[in-house]
Design a protein around this ligand. Structure first.
Ligand code: GCB
Length: 864
């Protein structure tokens, strides 16, 4: 009995609900296939490049993928409008219903709505077929960029059913109803809401449009209504204007959100036909070229990160939970600012930034290069219109960007003639002018911005004078030499262009948590160098009031199919790894930015220390925002130190063994266990661990699978171990330590990328016994034109292939003759060769060159 009652109730409720807008996700169980993948059932969000972009590099599949499913359309829908709403699909999407095209959208990073009402058959099953194409297209931005153009319906898909009389869905705003706050002060704010009502029916309709405004505590502040009358197939704009007294302002510290609800009712019966709601907020801001950024009249330095939208294993097809947790981590880092990397992101991103209090720079993907066609220009403008109108209501959004490093391709392309270069510059400037004008026309109240790379052409071409704020992507201490040149560059620009507000849109080095050192250098990919660079940049920005802010590149490591860094196909400039585990630098930002107390002993991935001698000090950095912190060692000795720039360095003399460290400030503490093993003792303790050396580099490398640590290289001294002769291998014109290559046959690329060339011998002064010696090699020479623009300053000529052959002897006896790595194993391939050695005293591995120069990447000594 009870069951029947509630069943009736359900039917009643749902039948009234049906008069209004019905929205449901349509993500599950699509049949997907492409030219390279057979049919399978997938769920949306989906991309077909989550795997191949990390296996095949630049060859990842770019082409067509097809999604199909049947949709049953009940008879009732005949009197309704039926839409599909895509939050994002990369990059050309066409929807077919029962074989007929219902609509097409170009561009991979904004939402769109397709009306399928006309193609549907009612009281019947319908075939939905969605064809998505991510092929390179010279008329669609981005043409080229340092990230993967993953194909597929990679954001949520919705089915929306409305009355014939409804708020407009299918335009650039993709169903968003815009709220404007053209004047805001502490005393009063103006609010304008503009909605477009569409009559898709064949009859005259009278309607009532009502607007309600709620404060941050959900208390209703206003209710306004308007009556309208629409002819068949007519659309009309309805504009409401009102004001709010003493508005609660939105800021990173107090992200207070208002909301509005707008509804459409039948003019006669008052039955509700459609409704829409949105949050919004009140704030005002200014970017001053001399004094920096002001929010609600107060100065605030914008500090945060860029964020790409992909994750290890998933490509760009992320569930909303990951979008949310990423931005939460950005907020928990102490940041107040994000740049959505190079393109508009998932709608969830803007919602969470509003709630968390993160100021957003969102831009369209016009990156690296421009095509001089009207079609390309128009698609860029369309993308800008879509991002502005779709994310218009979010108080977090303050900057609309529209270009990134637009001259980088032409600067590095030696094949372009001077006049071709002139043409590129001309079309880029023309497009920037159009985008600027269009951006300000669509949204006069936000700031326009563009990101530049370090090149004078942006000034001389005049492009840098177009937007209201100039973003510089600066890589001093990485692509360009000298950390201190960062500040010098800013001062020089500021002096030459005193009216331009400047923001640092990108900065950061690559860092791999497997690579550790106490002597960091550019391009060694160590976490220590990442700390050094970020620390220096933060200090240099804080010392300059005129700098609006800074956004680290990048929040997390991300996929980039042509990159061959320490980890192939991944850009490793993240503060977090690709799987979102944190690098140490994340905690350093907390020490610089958080108000609530924090403390962290650095070295999550550097717990095994190898000092040279027994009593050599070991440096332990502790990150904190306190003025002083203390460190206790093995619960006894307690020392304290002053904190500078968020770091206290403790220099500890610790005996061999395991030690427990606890850092404390006030009532918070952090502990870490470290293990100490002096290098001098390594030969004596050969079985724990094996002596493994990362030849040709000053960094330690930890194999994440075996946990084996390959210690940094050293020169031979009697009584010890080390190399004799040769030099660290450095590929000409490359800044990379070793060779920037995807070494085949190993996951331990860094171990094989760095090497010593021209090496004469590797010696170990061991006692008598039987040993296993393992040598690691990789032939590094390959066609230089395969390198990428981000790793080179000048492009290198293709060199003829060189022959390299050498003999290996151990204690005077030849063990490998005429070893030619390229011939015997192939280029850029990890090679390991082991030998058994019986000695009365000492081991000397000698290399004698037959042609070209000898090489060694690693060496391991085991006692048998
Ligand atoms: C840049 C680009 C960005 C790259 C970055 C890098 O300047 O804007 O897309 O990923 O440099 O890591 O080289």
């Amino acid at each position: 009995m009870k069951t029947t009652c509630s069943f009736f109730l359900f039917v009643l409720l749902s039948s009234t609900a049906i008069a209004q807008r019905q929205v449901q996700s349509l993500n599950s169980a699509w049949i997907f296939s492409s030219e390279v993948q057979p049919e399978k059932i997938v769920n949306i969000p989906h991309t077909w490049n989550a795997e191949d972009a990390f296996k095949d590099g630049k060859e990842y599949f770019r082409g067509k993928g097809t999604y199909t499913k049947t949709l049953f359309a009940p008879q009732k829908w005949q009197n309704k409008q039926v839409f599909l709403k895509f939050e994002g699909s990369n990059q050309v999407t066409e929807v077919f219903v029962n074989g007929t095209s219902a609509g097409k959208h170009i561009g991979g990073y904004t939402g769109f709505v397709i009306d399928i009402s006309e193609e549907l058959k009612f009281a019947s099953e319908n075939e939905l077929k969605i064809v998505v194409d991510n092929s390179h297209d010279t008329n669609i931005p981005p043409l080229d960029a340092d990230f993967n153009f993953y194909g597929g319906i990679y954001r949520d898909l919705e089915l929306i059913i409305t009355d014939k009389l409804h708020f407009e869905l299918e335009n650039a705003a993709a169903g968003n109803i815009l709220v404007r706050t053209p004047q805001v002060s502490e005393e009063k704010a103006l609010v304008q809401v503009e909605a477009r009502v569409v009559n898709d029916g064949e009859a005259f309709r009278n309607a009532i449009v009502s607007l309600e405004i709620f404060d941050p505590n959900a208390q209703k502040l206003k209710k306004l209504t308007k009556k309208i009358r629409l002819k068949a197939k007519e659309s009309k704009n309805v504009i409401f204007e009102t004001s709010v007294e003493n508005p609660a302002l939105w800021s990173p510290q107090y992200p207070q959100l208002y909301s509005f609800e707008i509804s459409l009712a039948n003019g006669k019966s008052s039955e509700k036909l459609d409704e829409f709601s949105s949050k919004f907020g009140f704030r005002w801001f200014e970017a001053d070229p001399e004094k920096g950024f002001f929010l609600n009249g107060k100065p605030i330095k914008l500090i945060g990160a860029n964020r790409h939208q992909d994750l290890q294993g998933l490509g760009n097809a992320l569930p909303n939970s990951i979008h949310k947790s990423d931005y939460r981590m950005i907020k928990e880092m102490g940041a107040n600012f994000v740049r959505t990397a190079h393109y508009p992101q998932d709608p969830e991103v803007y919602r969470i930034c509003d709630e968390l209090g993160l100021i957003v720079w969102s831009e369209v993907p016009v990156i690296n290069d421009v095509t001089a066609t009207d079609e390309y220009h128009n698609v860029a403008l369309q993308m800008q219109q879509e991002q502005i109108q779709q994310f218009f209501n979010h108080p977090s959004v303050i900057f609309w960007g529209y270009m990134n490093e637009i001259f980088i391709r032409l600067v590095f392309n030696n094949e372009l003639t001077e006049s071709e270069k002139e043409d590129k510059i001309e079309t880029s400037v023309a497009l920037a002018e159009k985008l600027e004008k269009f951006t300000k026309a669509l949204d006069p109240h936000r700031l326009s911005v563009m990101a530049l790379h370090e090149n004078e052409l942006y000034n001389t071409s005049g492009i840098a004078d177009i937007p209201e704020v100039i973003g510089w992507n600066l890589y001093f201490g990485w692509y360009s030499p000298g950390l201190e040149n960062f500040g010098k560059f800013l001062d020089e620009q500021h002096e030459r262009y005193p009216n331009r507000p400047l923001i640092i849109s990108e900065y950061g080095p690559g860092a791999d948590v497997r690579i550790q050192t106490e002597d960091p250098k550019p391009w060694d990919y160590s976490e220590a160098y990442q700390l050094k660079l970020h620390r220096s940049y933060i200090n240099q920005v804080l010392a300059r009031d005129f700098v609006v802010g800074m956004a680290a590149w990048n929040f997390a490591d991300f996929g980039s199919s042509f990159r061959q860094d320490a980890m192939p196909y991944i850009n490793q400039k993240g503060l977090l790894n690709f799987d979102r585990s944190k690098k140490d630098i994340y905690y350093y930002y907390q020490a610089r930015l958080l108000d609530e107390p924090m403390i962290y002993i650095a070295g999550e991935n550097y717990e095994q220390k190898f000092p040279q001698h027994k009593n050599d000090p070991i440096s332990i950095p502790v990150f904190s925002n306190a003025e002083r912190v203390s460190l206790s060692i093995n619960d006894s000795l307690k020392i304290s130190s002053e904190v500078n720039d968020g770091i206290a360095f403790f220099e500890l003399q610790l005996p061999e063994g395991t030690h427990q460290l606890t850092a404390t400030t006030g009532d918070i503490s952090h502990s870490r266990t470290i293990h100490v093993l002096p290098r001098k003792d390594l030969l004596k303790n050969l079985d724990r661990p094996d002596l493994s050396i990362n030849v040709g580099t000053h960094v330690n490398y930890e194999d994440p699978v075996t946990k084996e640590i390959w210690i940094s290289d050293q020169q031979y001294e009697p009584g010890g171990f080390g190399y004799v002769g040769g030099e660290v291998y450095q590929k000409s014109a490359s800044k990379f330590q070793g060779t920037a290559s995807d070494i085949q046959g190993t996951g331990n690329d860094p171990l094989f990328q760095t090497m010593r060339e021209g090496i004469e011998a590797y010696k170990f002064d061991v006692e008598a016994g039987t040993y296993r010696v393992t040598l690691l090699f990789a032939e590094p020479e390959f066609n230089a034109s395969e390198e990428n623009i981000y790793n080179l300053n000048t492009s290198e000529e293709k060199k003829p292939e060189r022959v390299r052959s050498f003999d290996v002897k151990i204690n005077g006896k030849i063990v490998s003759e005429d070893l030619n790595l390229a011939r015997d194993y192939g280029r850029i391939r990890a090679v390991e060769i082991s030998y058994r050695v019986k000695t009365e005293r000492g081991i000397s591995v000698e290399f004698s060159e037959n042609a070209g120069r000898s090489l060694l990447s690693g060496i391991k000594l085991e006692k048998l």
